[in-house]
Design a protein around this ligand. Structure first.
Ligand code: GN1
Ligand code: MG
Length: 364
């Protein structure tokens, strides 16, 4: 018997599985589609427990949040099974199964008749992506339960600076001497980023549920092209919704690839910014507080700066976290992200004006 066939039998499923095939090409988890005798399908997934060290916590986060969303959908008259993902329990009642190699598996309902997009290639898709995350967060605006911190310190710049200082101190790959200019970039903005982080620490900006992987391919669309729900809930955490906004803008608005070597090609594209923001605020205006709205346009700088720091730190460490295709890949990524950061700095007044212009007519 195939391994996956054995694994899928460890779950309590409504229908009997008949065949299993690989699905997609995720970099982190391994995913399979499970066919049954009826039209019903399941998704079987091996979670990467090197990246996610607390999978029971991760699974518990997903269960809590998806229960909340399903209840919301039911009260609003929407189909709860098309409103979020559903995990099935294993025979012992846990929502994951650990195999003999200590790998963790989950099994989910496969939502039929949906569409996905790989890249936000048009302003209309940027708008839809904003709707997807705004809608997702709106449904969780009244979620008060605690969640496990599945990636400790993920967007905590204070924690990142501690990692950074340690990386510089050990200079593991002996590269520090060539990096005077880049290290200066990081130092220059250190206080500004800590000042922003302070607003979260003192709760001026309220803690909420963030998705933490807001790429367009994590938004599921319905048959008619409307946004259905956000998927890939592995990185759910209690932090700030501003991080999701910032990371989405970092990826949606970049005029070039994340590792573009010609930095003059890299900039923040204002139309994609406007469209994502319009889509996002069409839902998020209902729950965002004034300080959140006020800092919305800054969040992309915070997240892009964090990414500069993470790529550069990985380069200093000798490339242990991000996969590289050539020796200076992380340095090239650092430069490209810094170019994006600078473009955001220049565009900041315009970005603030765009947010106000869109938000004011919607303000409750
Ligand atoms: C990683 O592999 P992907 O695109 O889902 C990283 C993000 C970075 C991104 C940069 C868990 O995400 O934080 O922004 O690379 N995810 C993790 O390309 O570290
Ligand atoms: Mg992901």
């Amino acid at each position: 018997m195939e391994k996956t066939e054995f694994i899928v039998r460890q779950f309590r499923l409504p229908e009997v599985p008949v065949s299993i095939a690989p699905l997609g090409e995720g970099f982190i988890n391994d995913t399979y589609i499970v066919n049954t005798q009826s039209a019903l399908k399941y998704v079987l997934q091996r979670k990467n427990h090197h990246i996610f060290q607390n999978i029971p916590g991760l699974v518990n986060n997903i269960c809590k949040v998806t229960d909340h969303i399903r209840n919301k959908a039911t009260s609003a008259g929407r189909d709860p099974e098309r409103s979020t993902i559903r995990l099935y329990p294993a025979h012992d009642g846990k929502f994951y199964y650990v195999d003999d190699e200590e790998s963790y598996w989950v099994c989910m309902y496969y939502i039929p008749d949906t569409r996905c997009f790989d890249t936000a290639s048009t302003p209309a898709l940027a708008y839809a992506g904003g709707v997807g995350i705004g809608f997702f967060q709106e449904q969780l605006a009244d979620f008060t339960e605690e969640l496990a911190e599945v990636l400790p310190g993920f967007h905590d710049i204070r924690y990142r600076f501690a990692q950074w200082d340690a990386a510089l101190k050990s200079d593991r790959a002996g590269r520090k001497k060539e990096l005077g200019r880049e290290i200066e970039w990081v130092d220059q903005h250190r206080q500004e980023m800590l000042d922003f982080k302070m607003l979260l620490e003192n709760k001026t900006i309220p803690p909420r549920i963030s998705h933490n992987d807001t790429k367009i391919s994590n938004i599921l669309f319905d048959r008619d092209g409307s946004v259905l729900c956000a998927i890939d809930l592995d990185t759910l955490m209690k932090s700030s919704v501003l991080y999701d906004f910032g990371d989405a803008i970092r990826s949606y608005t970049n005029t070039a690839a994340e590792d573009e070597a010609k930095t003059e090609k890299v900039s923040m594209e204002p139309t994609f910014f406007r469209e994502y923001t319009r889509g996002y605020l069409s839902y998020a205006h209902r729950f965002l507080t004034d300080p959140e709205v006020q800092w919305l346009a800054f969040a992309p700088q915070y997240i892009t700066y964090e990414q500069v720091l993470r790529f550069l730190m990985d380069y200093i460490d000798g490339d242990t976290y991000y996969k590289i295709r050539y020796p200076t890949h992380n340095l090239v990524r650092t430069h490209a992200q810094y170019a994006l950061f600078q473009s955001m700095e220049r565009a900041y007044p315009t970005m603030q004006a765009t947010v106000s212009e869109i938000y004011l007519p919607l303000r409750p």
